[in-house]
Design a protein around this ligand. Structure first.
Ligand code: OGA
Ligand code: NI
Length: 347
């Protein structure tokens, strides 16, 4: 069956990775109400039922949504409006803050995932700027656009508020693994956390392309806001089906990244996900990637391994892992880019 291809060939997914027209929406990822965590108490007082929900969600899905999370709806509205204004600017304006080989922060429109171009534009902001060049050679200084007015203030405020939530979730997930809640905080003292603004234009061939190709997030966890369009699909562990994550107003989508999968020695899952696009509506999303410091060596935690459950991964440097991944994202390479399976031990 012929169909008119209106997009550049670089965006076209290989046959087996194209989105099916119907993605199952009969099931959905778990929804967790965080209201039992009052904003001033620490997570040690989290009720058992909440911990059990977190444990099941991280183990069975690697994804869940949270409500009553403490980030104000007004801030979400302001961020969404500012983001839309930025991406509506003319290309030459956006390119004034474009990423380059030295500095991978700011605007970019040509990212590839697994060597196929993504149908999206992004703007990357580091949560904590650093004066020195990172141990793996990354420049960690933000590029701020002149317009829209208030862009910097809005996203600085947003990053701060969402980072607070990310740390509460980090502690809650640690507790759900029977670790002391602050056990993992040490890896984030010089955190590499990144706020990313995604913009997906309507696409004339939504059945051939993806907004973001299938991938797993490398960090510890991701806190993502999406607008009401929908398009994020998660691979269900039980049967490998793609499930659409239903937009819930003012909720955040949380997913466990590769770092937690390795720390937990595969108890928790870094699930594969992707973004389908839409021929009519555009879409925005805002992931906050809670990522350890570049100098962190990631390996299964001692508390979670023993003779019966030996470490399934060799240690790797977080900084080098993301550096290698980033090179593969900026341009098309002839080889598959690096994945955590690379560090998996033969059992
Ligand atoms: C990502 C991602 C999902 C989305 O940027 O890593 O998975 O819904 N985004 O935009
Ligand atoms: Ni992702």
């Amino acid at each position: 069956m012929g169909q008119t291809v209106l997009v550049d060939q670089a965006f076209v997914q290989p046959q087996e990775h194209r989105p099916k027209t119907v993605v199952s929406d009969a099931d959905d990822i778990p929804l967790i109400d965080l209201s039992p965590l009052s904003s001033d108490s620490d997570v040690t007082s989290a009720p058992e039922t909440l911990l059990a929900q977190v444990e099941a969600a991280c183990r069975d899905w690697g994804f869940f949504q949270v409500i009553n999370h403490g980030v104000s709806p007004e801030l979400l509205r302001k961020a969404e409006a500012t983001q839309r204004e930025f991406f509506a600017l003319p290309d030459e304006e956006k390119r004034k803050v474009r990423q380059d080989e030295q500095n991978a922060l700011g605007y970019y429109e040509a990212e590839h995932t697994k060597n196929v171009r993504d149908w999206k534009e992004v703007f990357d902001i580091i949560a904590h700027e650093q004066d020195e060049i990172d141990v793996v050679g990354l420049v960690l200084k933000n590029k701020w656009p002149q317009v829209p007015l208030g862009f910097r203030e809005t996203f600085e405020e947003y990053a701060k508020s969402v980072e607070k939530l990310a740390f509460r979730l980090l502690e809650l997930i640690a507790l759900s693994l029977n670790l002391p809640p602050k056990k993992l905080n040490i890896f984030f003292e010089k955190a590499n956390s990144l706020l990313r603004l995604n913009y997906y234009r309507p696409c004339p061939n939504p059945d051939l392309v993806l907004g973001v190709g299938r991938h797993r997030d490398p960090g510890a966890l991701t806190v993502l806001y999406q607008d009401s369009t929908g398009g994020l699909d998660v691979k269900r562990q039980s049967d490998g089906e793609w499930i659409q994550v239903k937009p819930i107003s003012n909720a955040f989508i949380i997913n466990v990244g590769d770092t937690f999968q390795v720390w937990s020695n595969d108890k928790y899952t870094s699930a594969e996900h992707r973004v389908s696009v839409n021929s009519e509506k555009d879409r925005i999303s805002i992931p906050f990637f809670l990522q350890p410091a570049s100098c962190t060596n990631v390996r299964p935690l001692e508390e979670l391994t023993d003779d019966k459950n030996p470490a399934k991964y060799n240690e790797y440097s977080y900084g080098e892992f993301i550096r290698a991944r980033k090179d593969g994202n900026l341009k098309k390479l002839e080889v598959q880019n690096i994945q955590i399976d690379h560090f998996k031990r033969a059992q």
